[in-house]
Design a protein around this ligand. Structure first.
Ligand code: DCP
Ligand code: MG
Length: 365
């Protein structure tokens, strides 16, 4: 009996809230003329832009995030592409968080439009996580004129899967007693971290659902996937003990630039990189009290979309972090790997939290 009690006590109530077609919905709210028409937010097709997201009308044509704008326009010629306004999306995100904070202080943002909430200890709505999710959807609709979807479950993995289940403007609840049955049919592709490559490897092993995955002995998974094998085995059973962390530590900071036209000459790349490093310097400056850099990174995406990165530890403390010649050296060493024109260059710093731990950590909102 006492065992049962303690199990119940450890039962968590986690919400995952994710805005519907976020950037596009904000743009439609700001400009009602866009309503009912296919809308995407992104860069222009003529400037080789990429779609950040699109509304559900545009999705019917096959348009989706990360697609080249030129392809999106080919699929949907009447598509309206508007440029992104990140400052606006950031302020909306802060408003979401104000709503969330009336339910719990334990909020972990994953991006501007997505967050986990641990409401286990919340006394709102008589402690009902489902009612809290309903209220959150209602308030965001009433107060912000936007829709979000929510998942309610005993852990982060399932809450995230659930928020996608009844999208848009929907809620899906996985109560603890339904977890075992729910995961059986769940495709492994839904597991965070299982991308195309892992999914293909699992498929070769005859594994497509979590039920299939449960049948694979843990040792096999450990052998094939290393540490990740343990996580796979756990989530296949609906187990995920990761806490909701209200502060997240940055691991890196970077700036990338896609060129309007591919750059063929290394000298031009080096020149372009200087500007990128300058911008990196400006951004790093804002967080330099909380973090110090341990590595410099250069990223190259070639014209054929293959990419490579090269990183190098930062030596003595006297060095300038965002030193253009140091980044140039990395680019000169990395570029010959592909030796092709490049469409994108990036520069970044891998970070470690500063030693003085009493300084406030950066909240990624
Ligand atoms: N985003 C982006 N590039 C991507 C994916 C997303 O810039 N490859 C941006 C635009 C999205 C926002 O992040 O509006 C949130 O991402 P989501 O994956 O949650 O996508 P949406 O909110 O747009 O749509 P959904 O209704 O599927 O959540
Ligand atoms: Mg979203």
């Amino acid at each position: 009996m006492p065992e049962q009690l303690s199990e119940e006590a450890s039962q968590r109530k986690i919400l995952h809230v994710d805005a519907d077609s976020f950037y596009a919905s904000v743009e439609m709210r700001e400009n009602p003329e866009l309503r009912g028409r296919p809308v995407a937010v992104g860069g222009k097709a003529q400037r080789r832009g990429v779609i950040a997201t699109c509304n559900y009308e545009a999705r019917k044509f096959g348009v989706h995030s990360a697609m080249a704008s030129s392809r999106a326009t080919a699929l949907c010629p009447q598509l309206i592409i508007v440029p992104p306004r990140f400052e606006l999306y950031r302020s909306v995100s802060r408003q979401f968080h104000e709503v969330f904070r009336s339910y719990t202080k334990i909020i972990e943002p994953l991006s501007l439009d997505e967050a986990f909430l641990d409401v286990s200890e919340s006394s709102c709505c008589s402690g009902s996580a489902t009612l809290m999710a309903q209220e959150i959807l209602q308030r965001i609709s009433d107060e912000l004129n936007l829709t979000v979807s929510a998942g309610v479950a005993p852990n982060k993995f399932l809450a995230k899967v659930a928020s996608d289940w009844n999208k848009p403007n929907g809620i899906f609840v996985i109560p603890p007693e339904n977890v075992a049955a729910f995961v059986l049919d769940l495709p492994v592709k839904k597991i965070n971290g299982v991308g195309k490559v892992t999914a293909a490897r699992l498929k070769k092993m005859g594994v497509e659902t979590c039920a299939d995955l449960q049948a694979v002995p843990l040792n096999d998974l450990l052998q094939r996937f290393g540490k990740y094998g343990k996580r796979l085995s756990e989530v296949a059973r609906g187990v995920d003990n990761r806490p909701v962390r209200s502060t997240r530590t940055r691991k890196s900071i970077s700036v990338e630039h896609t060129f309007a036209e591919d750059i063929a000459a290394l000298s031009a790349m080096l020149e372009a990189l200087d500007g990128i490093v300058e911008e990196l310097d400006r951004r790093y400056e804002k967080i330099s009290d909380s973090y110090f850099p341990i590595k410099r990174v250069v990223k190259i995406k070639y014209a054929d979309f293959t990419q490579t990165t090269l990183e190098e530890g930062i030596g003595s403390s006297g060095e300038r972090w965002c030193d253009p010649p140091q980044f140039r050296r990395l680019l000169q060493a990395a570029w010959p790997r592909g030796a092709k024109p490049v469409r994108l260059l990036g520069a970044g710093l891998r970070l470690q939290p500063a030693k003085h731990t009493d300084s406030p950590q950066i909240l990624l909102v």
